[in-house]
Design a protein around this ligand. Structure first.
Ligand code: AMP
Ligand code: FE
Ligand code: FE
Ligand code: ZN
Length: 275
């Protein structure tokens, strides 16, 4: 028996191309049994998701840093104190919004104009340098996003302003306070470091590993399934669907065997569907 699950996808609240509502409708129509929208650093799409998919879980893909690397941590609400996650995300969102003004001042010093308020009015999610690059293309300051990064916005560039990010340890602590279930997203981006990372943090609440990932062929799924078994981690299922923004993943929902689905439902505090 196969069970269709989607625990990792993005809407227009971050960098996906479908609205949260449309995405949830699509997942519902495709008979996804366990569904969670995981926008980057925001849960703003949750209400719209619930309207179309009443049983949807609440979750988020949190950007953390560990040893100068970015680690994407998936958090799933298990009915604990999600408010603490909400507050942390809100603080981060506000810092990112303030940062747009700081970057605009830097750009002004360089003779480049950017209407920060207009940009802030347009973007409601986690606003960042890609949005600014796009705005600079649109107002004619540069010819391409690449040029915007190369001349101004790249790391350590003249208009780059750092934004504080949670360390992985702090991200896990936050999730633990909220009683969340947490998984390491798309482990391949960490290459050989993934295993050490999991060994180091599994006792701090990093209990899940995204084994059934949209872009992984069966061989890679088997490899990470073996790693999850070895480290006693829950294998999670998520396509990382972004709509047309990442067309390689064509649709939300991945079909897995019941043996994969059952521990996942239990871990997330949901009853396994029988049929
Ligand atoms: P932010 O979180 O606002 O600092 O923006 C980070 C994002 O900017 C990254 O996820 C990339 O999408 C983009 N980015 C960073 N550096 C570059 C670069 N040199 N060229 C193009 N995009 C970049
Ligand atoms: Fe994304
Ligand atoms: Fe990610
Ligand atoms: Zn993602």
């Amino acid at each position: 028996m196969l069970v269709r699950i989607e625990l990792h996808c993005h809407s227009t609240h971050s960098d996906g191309s479908l609205s949260a509502r449309d995405l949830a409708e699509l997942a519902f129509a495709r008979e996804v049994r366990l569904f969670c929208l995981t926008d980057h650093d925001t849960c703003a799409g949750f209400e719209a998701t619930k309207a179309a998919f009443p049983d949807a879980l609440r979750g988020v893909e949190l950007s953390c840093t560990e040893d100068d690397h970015t680690v994407h941590l998936l958090l799933y609400d298990r009915g604990g104190d999600w408010q603490v996650v909400q507050e942390a995300l809100e603080a981060q969102r506000q810092e990112r919004r303030d940062r747009v003004h700081t970057i605009a001042e830097r750009l002004a010093d360089l003779g480049v104009s950017l209407d920060a308020d207009a940009l802030l009015a347009r973007v409601d999610g986690s606003i960042g340098r890609p949005h600014i690059a796009e705005a600079l293309v649109q107002n004619g300051a540069v010819k391409s996003r690449e040029e915007a990064f190369d001349r101004y916005l790249k790391d350590e560039g003249p208009a780059d302003v750092k934004v504080a990010r949670l360390s992985l340890a702090d991200g896990l602590a936050l999730g633990n306070t909220a009683g969340a279930a947490m998984a390491l997203a798309h482990p391949h981006v960490h290459g050989k470091r993934a295993e050490a990372l999991l060994r180091r943090y599994r006792d701090e609440g990093l209990e899940g590993l995204e084994v059934y990932y949209g872009l992984y062929a069966n061989k890679k799924r088997r490899k990470y399934a073996a790693l999850a078994r070895e480290l006693d981690l829950v294998a999670t299922v998520g396509s990382d669907f972004h709509g047309d923004a990442l067309p390689k993943v064509e649709r939300p929902g991945i079909d897995v065997e019941a043996e994969v689905a059952a521990p996942l439902f239990a871990w997330l505090g949901r009853e396994t569907p029988i049929s």
